[in-house]
Design a protein around this ligand. Structure first.
Ligand SMILES: Nc1ncnc2c1ncn2[C@@H]1O[C@H](COP(=O)(O)OP(=O)(O)OP(=O)(O)O)[C@@H](O)[C@H]1O
Length: 859
């Protein structure tokens, strides 16, 4: 019988719908007695009611979209276009207050036009009753209260949706302020969600029945609003009927909005008495005895009131956003009159929040993915400070990676976030702490336990418990998805860090090669200087004997300076050699270790895998819970159950209990996997961080090598300068020698004598080996001098050639150095000065001394 009826209804529905679409202007001709006709899309009703008409619209009285204190809103259609509309019909058109409210609402809505304020399409009379109805655009998603009643929003809105809500509703309210209108009944039930033509959603303020024109400083006396949302002063007079403040102003809207924002953010009211509306005195105590900074107060089972300055962890909003909302709510709920936020401050804050840029930063140590809220004009330093405020990692110890590259190498240090490339703005960042090898502790938020059904529970309490379970299973499902994401982020963090460390070694290897080349060049310079020094010393000893002029004296002095050896050069070369050798060993060991770290992770450390189908399983069970919830809602509506339905009810209860066990176990399984992945990843991450410290040490050593090489070359440059001076003096001495005809003549004579007295010179020479040659002393002396002159002339030639050789070596050196400079400037990652400046800021004191000890030892 029931089946036949519903089939009949379906036929009628179809007929109605076809007619509505093809001949919408004829719909009003359908006799009102045809009570079983109803449009499709009926929200929730399976019974048809009588059709009602206005001049241009029609609706079925069974198609209620929602019911308020003064009116019921129906889903209707435009008779001409077939377009869906919401029709607000007032319950009692003879009630003076209701009529007043209706007229006020019509008057106000007609004067308003804003994207976030409900529009009025028409105001028409019903054909038979002549009741005035308001025609508004139909909001498919219903009110925010309807959304909050859905299990998916049991713990509030998700972040993106919440921000859209916050922005829209604030824009709407800002518009009302400019029009000098106070709404007086802001609450989730009076905020509608509508899907626009292009698919985006928009939130609108509706129900202007209590609204009135009022400037911010103006006051009113009538009590208006809904118990949970009204300002404490109004509560005292309106609910508790006690004397108190009897003048209210536009600020009452801000209080109601604060309550609404908290509820949309968390899924629950901020101030709650155990007995709800039945315990108004307790409710008043909770809202009126709050302290500055407190944003919630909830009465517990034992009667105590738990107050808090923070939003609960169990909500979908990130900590970064909550940290921005908490002071705002504290400002709205402030107790010190002069500190209570005004509209302007609120509007400005919300506009700032909704205009912010966000960056996701994963911190492997505690396994959290932090959402940073930053102003568009913020730059790298602000990112660092924000991270420091949300973690325990100070700015100077942060390594922020974008994939496997440091963020600071991708963006300019003073660049504003709004100009960052899209690839950076939307990318996932990874945070590590320099020199911290702690394996850390995973931050796991404990989920609230599932409520259980009591043995002697009623249909309504079962329905209530089922709703809570459904909300919690949605939240647990979301948490599970997040848990699996965190496992992936841990793997990514490890991989990115390894590649980063690995990549950071390449420039060091290259720099070592460059150092080696520089050292070879320096050694060549030293060799040629040594040759010059030897030659010049011999020359000096010769001219010292031949001449004792001022020129020779000056020359000798310069030669002493040029040849002075304080051991610096040899010492430097030895130490640089040693250090480069050490660096080479260190680098090869590091590379070897990195290779070991890149070995595959054991299968049991991989975490949840796609073929485990964790999310699908969870989703399946969550849908099961929701189905039971729907059944229990129906049972609650029935009031009492038929024995057969009672059996179904108890079966469903058991089913629900099984589902909850499964949800718990699926979630625990994924959390356990996360713990395993965290432990294994942190082992590798801390090893990589150790390697990174070692790499910094190598870098420090390299800086020392660079320093040493620079100092060595500076020293060699000085020697070169001295050599230039020696050369000048040397030229003067030669000139003096050549200009001295007496000396040349004597030399020639001596040379002639020398050839004629060859034998006597030989004997003289041989006798000098035994005793001083007194008889032939003069001739011997002149022969000796001529020999010296001959040697000297050879020396001069030698010196000239060694000088030119040295000059050519110097030229080569200069060229090589130029090449080297070129190479360094072409090197993307590193140059010695950068390394040094980088190291100076990051090294800690103890290490610095440690490194200096191990380094070249030059200061
Ligand atoms: N344009 C619309 N589209 C869809 N549903 C609507 C629309 N307007 C109102 N509703 C639904 O109807 C319900 C009642 O509407 P409204 O708040 O305007 O009535 P009311 O009697 O003035 O309420 P109150 O008790 O707050 O005074 C809303 O909570 C909402 O669920």
């Amino acid at each position: 019988m029931i089946i036949k009826h519903s089939v009949l209804n379906q036929h009628r529905r179809k007929r109605y719908e076809r007619l509505a679409l093809l001949k919408p202007n004829l719909i009003h001709l359908i006799p009102e007695l045809d009570v079983n006709l109803m449009p499709t899309n009926s929200p929730g009703s399976d019974k048809a009611g009588p059709l009602r008409y206005t001049k241009h619209h029609v609706y079925n009285s069974a198609d209620s979209l929602g019911k308020g204190a003064t009116a019921t809103v129906y889903l209707g259609r435009n008779q001409q276009t077939g377009e869906q509309v919401a029709i607000k019909a007032f319950t009692d058109q003879n009630n003076r207050h209701i009529v007043q409210a209706r007229n006020r609402e019509i008057e106000l809505l007609t004067s308003l036009s804003h994207r976030n304020v409900m529009r009025i399409l028409a105001c028409e009379e019903e054909v038979i009753s002549h009741n005035v109805v308001i025609i508004m655009p139909y909001c498919q998603e219903g009110s925010v209260q309807t959304l909050l009643d859905q299990p998916a929003h049991g713990f509030g809105f998700k972040e993106e949706e919440f921000l859209r809500f916050l922005s829209d509703i604030t824009n709407g309210l800002e518009y009302l302020r400019t029009k000098g209108i106070v709404h007086r009944d802001i609450k989730p039930a009076n905020i509608m969600k509508r899907i626009e033509e292009h698919g985006s959603s928009v939130y609108l303020l509706t129900d202007f029945g209590g609204a009135r024109k009022l400037d911010e400083d103006e006051t009113f006396v009538s009590i208006c609003g809904t118990e949970e949302y009204i300002h404490p002063h109004m509560f005292l007079r309106g609910v508790l009927k006690q004397s108190g403040e009897n003048q209210f102003n536009a600020a009452v809207d801000l209080w109601s909005l604060g309550i609404t924002i908290y509820q949309v953010a968390t899924g629950r009211l901020p101030f709650q008495a155990l007995g709800g509306r039945n315990d108004s005195p307790m409710m008043f105590k909770i809202i009126s005895e709050r302290k500055s900074g407190e944003i919630s107060g909830v009465q517990k089972q034992d009667g105590s009131i738990e107050r808090s300055k923070y939003m609960p962890d169990t909500c979908y909003l990130s900590r970064g956003l909550r940290m921005l909302l908490e002071p705002m709510l504290a400002g709205i709920f402030e107790t010190v009159e002069s500190h209570i936020w005004k509209f302007d401050q609120y509007f400005q804050t919300v506009n700032t929040i909704t205009d912010m840029k966000t960056l996701d930063v994963f911190y492997a140590v505690n396994g959290t993915n932090i959402k940073l809220y930053l102003r568009k004009t913020d730059c790298y330093r602000d990112i660092q400070e924000k991270i420091a405020s949300l973690t325990d990692v100070p700015s100077d110890r942060q390594i922020i990676l974008k994939s496997n590259t440091e963020l600071r190498s991708v963006v300019e240090i003073h660049e504003q976030i709004q100009t960052y490339p899209k690839s950076v703005q939307n990318s996932q960042l990874f945070l590590f702490e320099k020199d911290n090898y702690d394996h850390g502790r995973l931050a796991v938020t404990n989920l609230p336990p599932f409520p259980s059904f009591s043995l002697d529970s009623s249909l309504s309490s079962d329905c209530f418990v089922a709703k809570q379970c459904a909300a919690l299973s949605c939240y647990t499902e979301w948490k599970t998805v997040e848990t699996i994401k965190l496992q992936k982020l841990l793997h990514d963090a490890k991989l990115n860090l390894r590649l980063y460390v690995q990549n950071s070694l390449s420039p060091l290897e290259k720099l070592t090669r460059d150092h080696e080349k520089m050292l070879v060049i320096s050694k060549k310079r030293v060799d040629s200087i040594t040759v010059s020094q030897n030659n010049i010393t011999t020359f000096k000893s010769l001219v010292d004997v031949l001449l004792s002029t001022q020129t020779v004296k000056n020359f000798s002095k310069m030669v002493d300076i040029f040849c002075k050896d304080d051991g610096f050069v040899d010492d430097s070369i030895r130490k640089i050699d040693m250090r480069i050798e050490e660096i080479n060993v260190y680098l090869s060991v590091l590379l070897q270790r990195l290779l070991e770290i890149s070995s595959p992770v054991p299968a049991d450390h991989l975490g949840c895998q796609e073929d485990d189908h964790c999310i699908t399983k969870m989703e399946h069970v969550r849908v099961g819970v929701q189905t039971v919830m729907t059944t229990f809602s129906k049972h609650k509506k029935y009031g009492s159950l038929h024995p057969h339905e009672k059996f179904i009810h108890s079966v469903e209860r058991r089913k629900m209990e099984n589902f909850l066990v499964k949800i718990d176990s699926f979630h625990n399984h994924c959390t356990q996997n996360l713990k395993t992945v965290h432990i294994s990843s942190m082992k590798r991450i801390s090893m990589l961080l150790k390697h990174l410290t070692r790499r910094y040490k190598v870098e420090t050593n390299m800086t020392c090598v660079s320093d040493c090489l620079n100092k060595l070359n500076e020293k060699l440059d000085k020697v070169d300068v001295n050599y230039q001076k020696v050369s000048e003096h040397f030229s003067c001495v030669i000139k003096e020698l050549l200009k001295n005809p007496e000396l040349i003549r004597k030399t020639e004579e001596e040379m002639t004598k020398l050839s004629s007295e060859k034998s006597s010179i030989s004997s003289c020479t041989s006798s000098t080996a035994h005793s001083p040659c007194s008889s032939t002393h003069n001739s011997c002396n002149s022969a000796h001098k001529s020999m010296l002159i001959q040697q000297l002339l050879t020396q001069v030639t030698d010196l000239e050639s060694s000088k030119s050789e040295l000059t050519s070596i110097l030229d080569t050196n200069t060229q090589s150095l130029r090449n080297l400079e070129q190479i360094l400037s072409d090197t993307e990652f590193i140059n010695p000065t950068e390394i040094q400046s980088g190291m100076n800021t990051t090294r800690c004191r103890s290490e610095q001394s440690d490194l200096n000890e191990g380094a070249c030892g030059y200061s």
